[in-house]
Design a protein around this ligand. Sequence first.
Ligand SMILES: [Fe+2]
Length: 201
Amino acid sequence: MIKPFAEQKFDIPDLDGISKKTIEEHLGLYAGYVKNFNAIQSELQKMMMGDNPHTLSELQRRLSFEFGGMRLHEYYFNHLEGGAKEATGEFLSKVNEQFTSIEGLKKLMKNIGLMRGPGWAILYWDKKSGQFLTSFSGEQHMGHFVTLPIILAIDVWEHAYILDQGAQGKGKYIDAFFANLNWQSAEQNFLTAQAGSAAKQ
Ligand SMILES: [Fe+2]
């Protein structure tokens, strides 16, 4: 039996360029992912021991979409808690080494975020090769690097910015996201990833 997941609470301060209304609606969407994941999982548990595996195929496929929506939003809202803060230490050194500067990383992540379609611009850490990798995850369950922990996740679905910046305002929204970003959150994800063991292959 898999235990249901609990909706997390976030303390998001007033942000520049991302309104309270957007955050409220966005938190509501996040709560929906948690609820839907739990609902699908609960139905699946009833079907999984049956004799026809095809009856559960669509629910099983849908499960990682809801999980991605749940977990990626938890990264995202964590990034916005605590107000804007700079990156430091080994994380900053590795970013500077690979992308020249935080500005270089921001430019790269913005270009990934500006790609068409709903999804997420994501930075991962590959401990095995000692470098960052980046991805555009279509919707939220596709395009991930298997085994790699997430360091930074930027929501670039329209619901993240359309109220504040309009349909063509994704670039302005990504700038606003970075202006409000608590880099310490990404740094903590990096330190946790560095401390964990690299997958053996
Ligand atoms: Fe979202």
